[in-house]
Design a protein around this ligand. Structure first.
Ligand SMILES: *[C@@H]1O[C@H](CO)[C@@H](O)[C@H](O)[C@H]1NC(C)=O
Ligand SMILES: *[C@@H]1O[C@H](CO)[C@@H](O)[C@H](O)[C@H]1NC(C)=O
Length: 344
């Protein structure tokens, strides 16, 4: 009996050590199934210059995006009901746009129409909508990242097949000014995509299926040539098989904070993995009301509140949101604050 107690004590101690090494954090529900106006396909969490947070699938429509804060309301309804918005990034207004009283400019990945939809919200609320980055190689775009200083768009995409082959996904680089594609690299299916705060590195996830099972989840890191926007020096940043044995859990949306830490949504893992710039785990953010988180971004007055979205665990028809307070602000909010109205 004594021995047994000692054994369980040792077990308890080693368990404590493991969990504290992992630094478990817990997010709390912010929008629940009983109050949500978002559908189960809620995605594309994105912040604007005011720290307000937006997401897709408002009113459970794939062609509608809405605000999460300051309150839930529709922000944009596509002129085409074929639109399927999955990713959102707000971009800085130009000087002229500020003078014209433009309220916001955002880039949206449009899965079904194989394009990036650019929306410009006018002073009177009217939304000008245009298609950019169209190319014969661009198929099923999933999410996007943006370099605020050089106006370039980095796009992921995925065709989910039983046995993933190179070309089921890819990395597409698009010039925000001309709206033309400047580079395309084929990959397995790609999803999470983000840029480092100094805009010199790109992170993109790659997931592989075998016999309809997810068998590999990796994050690649590239150097970005600031002059051309093209990428080079592909290195393996993280292989979740070696990192923590979670290679069967899909990587979804990714965001960086201003220190370069990478926040990785783990679809069907009910958590977010936080990685330092060296690719080591800093913490695990556990979710309560969401089993399949899809995306995340930092918002709020100081850009330090992390908003994580996904279908509600207790009602699969609704979109839920959880939040957690961080001590470092997000990259997008910080860049928008410093660059809004700075360019011609
Ligand atoms: C996705 O892959 C399947 C299987 O290879 C193929 O039949 C289908 O055309 C692809 N879909 C798109 C949109 O590329
Ligand atoms: C989920 O929400 C829908 C829409 O409000 C409602 O009709 C349905 O009864 C809810 N389901 C559950 C299991 O609560």
């Amino acid at each position: 009996m004594k021995l047994l107690n000692l054994n369980s004590l040792i077990l308890a101690i080693s368990f404590l050590t493991v969990s504290s090494a992992q630094n478990n954090l817990y997010a709390t529900p912010f929008i629940t199934s009983s109050t949500s106006k978002f559908g189960r396909r809620i995605e594309g969490t994105a912040v604007n210059v005011n720290g307000d947070i937006f997401a897709t699938n408002f009113d459970a429509n794939l062609f509608e995006i809405g605000s999460i804060t300051p309150s839930q309301s529709v922000y944009h309804t596509s002129s085409s009901q074929k639109s399927f918005y999955n990713g959102i990034r707000f971009i800085p207004l130009t000087k002229t746009q500020v003078n014209q009283g433009i309220k916001g400019v955002a880039l949206l990945t449009n899965v079904n129409e194989d394009q990036i939809t650019k929306i410009v919200v006018q002073k009177d609320g009217y939304v000008k909508q245009s298609a950019i980055c169209k190319d014969k190689t661009l198929s099923l775009p999933n999410d996007l990242a943006y370099t605020y200083k050089t106006n370039r768009i980095y796009i992921s995409g995925q065709n989910i097949t039983a046995n993933t082959v190179k070309g089921d996904g890819g990395l597409w680089v698009c010039d925000g000014k001309s709206g033309q594609l400047i580079e395309h690299l084929p990959f397995g299916r790609t999803n999470g995509i983000e840029v480092s705060p100094d805009e010199s590195n790109l992170y993109i996830s790659e997931t592989l299926n075998k016999d309809s099972k997810v068998v590999s989840n990796k994050i690649w890191k590239f150097d970005i040539d600031k002059r051309t926007g093209k990428v080079s020096n592909q290195v393996l940043f993280v292989d979740f098989e070696k990192l923590d044995g979670t290679q069967a859990i899909d990587i979804d949306g990714m965001r960086t904070d201003i220190d370069g830490n990478l926040y990785v949504t783990r679809h069907d893992g009910s958590h977010v993995t936080v990685l330092c710039p060296l690719g080591k785990i800093l913490s695990k953010i556990n979710l309560n009301s969401i089993q399949k988180p899809t995306n995340l971004d930092f918002g709020g007055k100081d850009g330090k509140t992390l908003f994580i979205v996904g279908a509600c665990k207790d009602n699969g028809t609704k979109g839920c949101v959880e939040t957690i307070q961080n001590d470092i602000p997000g990259r997008a909010f910080t860049a928008l604050k410093s660059l809004n109205g700075k360019f011609n």
